[in-house]
Design a protein around this ligand. Structure first.
Ligand code: ADP
Ligand code: MG
Length: 183
C-alpha cells in the first residue's frame, strides 16, 4: 500500500476536524511531543492533517520552590481529521497519555505527556469528563500561539480571532523551538 492509500483507507464519510494540544516537560520533552504526533496519527479512523512547530514554554502556575525543579515545557498543537465521536477521541488521547507513562503525583506535576482536546468541529459540550471548547484554551499562550500558526482563520466561539488572542502572549517566554518543517 502506498502512503496515500494508507491514509485514504482511514478516511470515512463523516470526518470532523479537531484540534489537540500536546505538552511535555520530562525526559527529552521535544522527543515525547514528536512521538506523540505519530501516536495521534496512529489512532484508528484519525489522521494528523497538520501540526505546529514545537514551542518552548516557561512553566507558569507553580510555587517558587516547585519552579526550581520544574523543567521547561515543549508545546505544540495538531489538527486531526477523525470519524471518532468526541468521547472516543478523548479516550484515545487518554490511552496515549497512559502509554507514555504519565504520572500525577500532585496537581500540575511534571509530565511525560499531556494531551488536551481543544476543539471538535463546532461541538459545545460541558460534562465532567469532557468540556468543549477546552475551558482554558483561550487564556493559554502555549495553546494560542501554536494554534494561530496552523489555523489563523479558525472560526470559534469568542469574538476575537485566534491570531489576535495569541498576540497577547507574544514576548511571554513562549518561543519557537523547532520549526514544523523539521518534524
Ligand atoms: P490539564 O490538561 O488541564 O492540565 P489534566 O490533563 O490533568 O489537566 O485534566 C484532565 C481531566 O480533564 C480529565 O479528567 C478529563 O476528563 C477532563 N477534561 C475535560 N475536558 C477536557 C478536554 N477538552 N480535553 C482533555 N481533558 C478534558
Ligand atoms: Mg490534559
Amino acid at each position: 500500500m502506498t502512503s496515500s492509500e494508507m491514509v485514504a483507507h482511514k478516511v470515512s464519510r463523516h470526518m470532523a476536524t479537531a484540534y489537540i494540544a500536546l505538552g511535555s516537560n520530562l525526559n527529552q520533552p521535544d522527543k515525547q511531543v514528536v512521538e506523540a504526533l505519530h501516536a495521534l496519527h496512529a489512532i484508528p479512523k484519525t489522521k494528523v492533517i497538520k501540526h505546529s512547530s514545537l514551542y518552548r514554554t516557561a512553566p507558569i502556575g507553580y510555587s517558587l520552590v516547585q519552579l526550581q525543579e520544574i523543567p521547561e515545557f515543549i508545546n505544540a498543537v495538531a489538527e486531526v481529521s477523525t470519524s471518532l465521536v468526541p468521547l472516543d477521541l478523548l479516550e484515545a488521547l487518554f490511552e496515549i497519555e497512559n502509554k507514555f507513562g504519565r504520572e500525577r503525583p500532585y496537581p500540575n506535576a511534571p509530565r511525560l505527556l499531556d494531551l488536551d482536546l481543544l476543539l471538535y468541529g463546532k461541538v459545545v459540550i460541558n460534562t465532567e469528563r469532557l468540556t468543549l471548547p477546552h475551558p482554558r484554551m483561550f487564556e493559554r499562550g502555549f495553546v494560542l500561539l501554536p494554534l494561530a500558526e496552523i489555523a489563523p482563520n479558525l472560526q470559534h466561539s469568542t469574538d476575537s480571532s485566534i491570531v489576535d488572542l495569541a498576540k497577547n502572549y507574544q514576548n511571554q517566554g513562549i518561543n519557537k523551538f523547532l520549526s514544523h518543517e523539521y518534524i
